[in-house]
Design a protein around this ligand. Sequence first.
Ligand SMILES: C[S@@+](CC[C@H](N)C(=O)[O-])C[C@H]1O[C@@H](n2cnc3c(N)ncnc32)[C@H](O)[C@@H]1O
Length: 365
Amino acid sequence: MDAAIAAAIAAEEGWLPFDRFMALALYAPGLGYYARDARQFGQMPSSGSDFVTAPELSPLFGHTLARQVAQALQATGTREVWEFGAGSGALARQLLASLDAATTGDEQGRRECGAVEYRIVELSAALRQRQQRTLAAFGARVRWLDALPGRIEGVVVGNEVLDAMPVQLLHFDGTRWFERGVALQDGRLAWADRPTALRPPGEHRFLPGAVTEIHRQAEAFVRTLAARLARGAAFFIDYGFPEHEYYHPQRHGGTLMCHRAHRADTDPLADVGTKDITAHVNFSAVALAAQDAGLHVLGYTSQARFLVNCGLPALLAAADARAQVAAQPLLQEHEMGELFKVLGLAAGAPFEAIGFAGGDRSHTL
Ligand SMILES: C[S@@+](CC[C@H](N)C(=O)[O-])C[C@H]1O[C@@H](n2cnc3c(N)ncnc32)[C@H](O)[C@@H]1O
């Protein structure tokens, strides 16, 4: 167990709320999973990777999303793409390549038509370096920011970013609610509960022993983004559910999950810093926070529906057999097609986003 975690627990008089623990385990310099210079993203354990994300699976993911981004740039009259949590830089490379191809070929053409500028906000210094290597060919058009500027005009994208934001854990014993935190027991990390006034949002039935999450950081992130996004749109892609599914009695163990070497486990207290920790996204809470902060919900649907609406079938038809096979999990229900959702938001006048043209499920949020 790491000294930084022990020190944090001691500084909090023996009990660290889980969201603080998760923030350290993922992002603390020298300890956090995302602070390490490692290959988190990749297709197979043999590459040393721990999990695969959509842009790592197939470049057709970014090429399809680019159609939505292009439409949103046009509809909102903006010229910047903002990516949060850009991972290896694969999605940025796919989006830039597609957007450039759409505006037209040569450098002069791009200057005349106005090539998009790309901004990346990334918490991990190690990943930022990796992104800089991946995106070197795009030169000064790609810039990294340490903090959000006061005003953003552009189209925001975030793939699997909300799930990486620390969550608070709640435990219901049948009559009372507790916040679950981390303490030291015989020199080892152990769960420890404290009575709390915190509750999951809404009115849902919880069985005795239920453990679940609340997502204050993700909601705060969306509120901050809404306050800064003066003109534009945002598209968040992640695994998650609307609130009534999230807090369904069947999901009584919650959604907290760790990933290492393409295997999932449910023990974030073991091997801290060597594995990813995530929780599913409560898309109702994210959409509500966005609306309360002045954004419009453009749509909400499954990843499969969104990609089909944006024209993935035509891109697949033009691809070779190997690329077609690689892209299948993006659409398959038992892979990313149904568990992953897309939420679209707009600052300023809402528009008919192509990704939600069919199968919009905003009414379920
Ligand atoms: C699961 S990875 C996804 C990476 C990439 N988007 C992909 O799809 O391959 C999560 C990423 O989100 C970043 N991240 C988490 N919270 C963030 C925040 N508040 N702002 C910016 N990046 C964040 C992490 O550093 C990491 O790059």
